[in-house]
Design a protein around this ligand. Sequence first.
Ligand SMILES: Nc1ncnc2c1ncn2[C@@H]1O[C@H](COP(=O)(O)OP(=O)(O)OP(=O)(O)O)[C@@H](O)[C@H]1O
Length: 264
Amino acid sequence: MIRFENVTKVYDQNVRPALDDVSLEIDRGEFAFLVGASGSGKSTFLRLVLKEDRATSGAVYVAGQNVAKISSWRVPRLRRGIGVVFQDFRLLPQKNVFANVAFAMQVIGKSRSVIRDTVPEVLKTVGLEGKEHRMPHELSGGEQQRVAIARAVVNRPGILLADEPTGNLDPTTSMGIMGVLDKINQNGTTVVMATHDDDIVNEMRKRVVELKNGVVIRDEARALYTSMIPIVGQSRRLKDASGREEPPPAGPADQGSSAGEEQR
Ligand SMILES: Nc1ncnc2c1ncn2[C@@H]1O[C@H](COP(=O)(O)OP(=O)(O)OP(=O)(O)O)[C@@H](O)[C@H]1O
């Protein structure tokens, strides 16, 4: 669904690349977390998928298409297949919940009757039944993020990109949002989520792709936020699912663990 082939992104020739020779494949229907320190390249990765930036070298494929070869008039069609949610929700403040979601359908020319049928369905999926007429300022942060997710998926995109979607939310509300994203993923949408939230990653046990200085340093299935496998040459500490730190186990990196590293 998403394939990066030796992708390098240089913003400024005088500093190291934001992404450095990244090769990675995320299959249709997968749920993958992108983790890494601030500045490690997570948002750059998402922007390249959306063709908001272009790779300096290498190739980015989305649904089998090399995005560099998509002409500018076809970019909206690419983006229609990709829902996006952000940390700061980005709702239209003057529109109610229904209208915020309906707007995403209006701009692509859906008929009123289709909108009338579809919006309540998607609001139900995200747990906002009965809140159609609320204004954004009358909603909690978690509810606002649910509206943003409803708007992102109402046109049934194949891919949902989420950039720190729980960054402004408390832990309980965040887990509610993860429940919504998980449900959307189980309905067949590929989800890629950039996050710093270790508790969420540890709870979800999905694929984790870890970036450091633009390089993929870990790609592990059903993983924790911090690898169970010590990375050679780095001092790392492990966190268990409760977030408690434990000393790293003795032994070579390639002996494997219950989490089992999987390179794709
Ligand atoms: N438009 C830009 N122009 C110049 N440099 C940029 C630009 N966007 C990002 N960078 C640089 O690229 C690197 C990767 O940034 P990116 O935003 O992808 O990181 P991130 O992992 O998403 O960080 P955060 O967790 O803080 O959002 C950083 O060094 C950043 O300063």
